[in-house]
Write a protein that binds this ligand. Structure first.
Ligand code: LLP
Length: 464
């Protein structure tokens, strides 16, 4: 397998939070905060890595997506506006909800925890969505009692349940239909979602999606607000999105012919980011928005329909590149892997508990020495975590300076999406905190877990 070398922020800015650079001392710095022990000090608790979030970069990316969609769906083009819903599953915390809400983004949730967090952090319920292929009554009660903007129906059973709960609250729930368009796209098979043989959505080809939309339209407790498609994640080209948009427009046309209004189409998320120097520069928000809006306009023009409101749900492309994980090196070891050939194992504080993606999806990452300039020649290395599994590998092949040693800090870019949000307490590891940095100052958006947090639910140890 080819080794990888971590591109510096100056050469591949798309890989790093916007405000990343090497400072005059050769230390990697984000948002004016140097990533070394002197500056991070207390943030390095000695029990887990630190996730560093560039607050200005987060605001910048959210703003770029919002503006791109607003411009592409401008009323001058005959469009009925746009909305960006940040997909909270990528990473969610209260400060992030508040920041994105301030910038006019909605929040897309997919569980009781995500929905509760979004509402408690102050998101406007009208700009909150709830997804899920197995929504519980508790989730539906919370969504409906708060009158959230959209519940995305994923199966036909759900329709009657949502109607009954709406009756209970004497309200009318806003509902979308999740359509399986049959468009196959996405990286790993576990993150592709629009082919037929998987658990999400209602099929376009069998007519289940259309049937659901008709039932919803004829159920007085429900308001059909739109059709939804999400074709997968980490998608690098736009064709699949355009095709899915076209298919949604065709279904919308059939519903309009049956006198059923469909005011909005949501085209989901899935826009790829770069993780290593081998990845192409990601699609620009503007290009994504333009292609989606153009496709919808053209399809509507061909069928003679009015143009709907457009929404999207990017998660990774907002949160991914604005965070990095800062791993303290704990130990290094040279292992003979063939005659005359060694590999340097660099073991860090962390691993599959704070980033399961390499193990689960064979996802590639890269990392660089952060706390000092790299001077020594490189050697073939493997970055591994501290868990009791030989598969606990964060980066299988990477060229790292041969003098990387215990006490150094390795920083891995592009860990903001599906890193902390998929973290576990395996080996009773403490999940890392998220330290927001901005203009030379830092503050915890999520503080690191402590042993007290960890044992709080253990009835012999905690106070449960
Ligand atoms: N909307 C829906 C309905 C989704 O299911 C998802 C992601 C998104 C939006 C956001 O997709 P994004 O823009 O973040 O690609 N854990 C996997 C990714 C799973 C994606 C699940 N759904 C990973 O680490 O790659």
């Amino acid at each position: 397998m080819a080794t990888n070398t971590c591109p510096e922020p100056a050469t591949r800015p798309d890989l790093w939070p916007t405000n990343t650079c090497r400072d005059a001392n050769g230390v990697l710095s984000i948002g004016g905060v140097a990533l070394n022990r002197e500056t991070l000090g207390d943030a390095l608790t000695g029990h887990q890595p630190v996730i560093v979030l560039d607050e200005a970069a987060l605001r910048g990316r959210a703003e770029v997506w919002r503006a791109a969609m607003e411009e592409a769906c401008w009323s001058g083009y005959g469009m009925a506006g746009a909305q960006v819903y940040y997909a909270g599953k990528a990473f969610l915390c209260g400060k992030l909800v508040q920041t994105l809400s301030e910038l006019g983004l909605g929040i897309d949730t997919a569980s009781l925890g995500e929905l509760t967090l979004a509402l408690r952090a102050g998101a406007n319920p009208a700009n909150v969505g709830l997804h899920g292929n197995a929504k519980t009554d508790a989730e539906l009660h919370l969504a409906i009692s708060n009158n959230i903007g959209r519940i995305i129906v994923d199966n036909e059973d759900e329709i009657a349940r949502i109607a009954a709960i709406s009756r209970h609250y004497d309200t009318r729930a806003n509902v979308m239909v999740r359509v399986t368009t049959g468009v196959h796209a996405g990286g790993h098979q576990y993150i592709a979602t629009a082919h037929e043989d998987q658990k999400f959505g209602l099929s376009l080809t069998t007519g289940a999606a259309e049937r659901a939309a008709r039932t919803i339209a004829h159920t007085p407790e429900l308001r059909l607000v739109g059709l939804h498609s999400h074709i997968g994640s980490q998608i690098t080209d736009l064709q699949g999105f355009a095709l899915a948009a076209k298919k949604l427009c065709q279904l919308r046309h059939r519903l309009i012919e049956a006198d059923i209004a469909v005011p909005e189409l949501d085209l989901g998320g899935g826009y790829a980011i770069a993780y290593t120097g081998a990845d192409p520069t990601p699609l620009r928000a503007k290009d994504v928005a333009d292609v989606l809006a153009k496709q919808v306009r053209e399809s509507c023009a061909a069928s003679g329909d009015d143009v709907p409101k457009l929404s999207i749900e990017p998660g990774r492309s907002i949160a991914g590149p604005v965070m990095v994980t800062c791993y303290p090196v704990i130990a290094t070891k040279d292992v003979t892997i063939a005659e005359g050939k060694t590999r340097r194992y660099v073991a860090v504080d962390g691993g599959m508990s704070d980033n399961i993606r390499p193990v689960l999806y064979q996802a590639s990452y890269t990392a660089t020495l952060a706390n000092r300039p790299a001077k020594a020649p490189t050697c073939a290395s493997r970055v591994v975590g501290k868990h009791c599994e030989s598969g606990d590998i964060l980066i299988a092949d990477i060229d790292l300076p041969a003098d990387v040693t215990a006490g150094d800090l390795l920083v891995m870019p592009a860990t903001g999406a599906y890193g902390r949000s998929m973290a576990s307490n395996y080996n009773l590891a403490l999940r890392p905190g998220v330290l927001a940095v901005n203009a030379g100052a830092s503050s915890w958006w999520v503080r690191p877990e402590t042993l007290t947090d960890l044992f709080a639910t253990d009835t012999a140890l905690g106070d449960a």
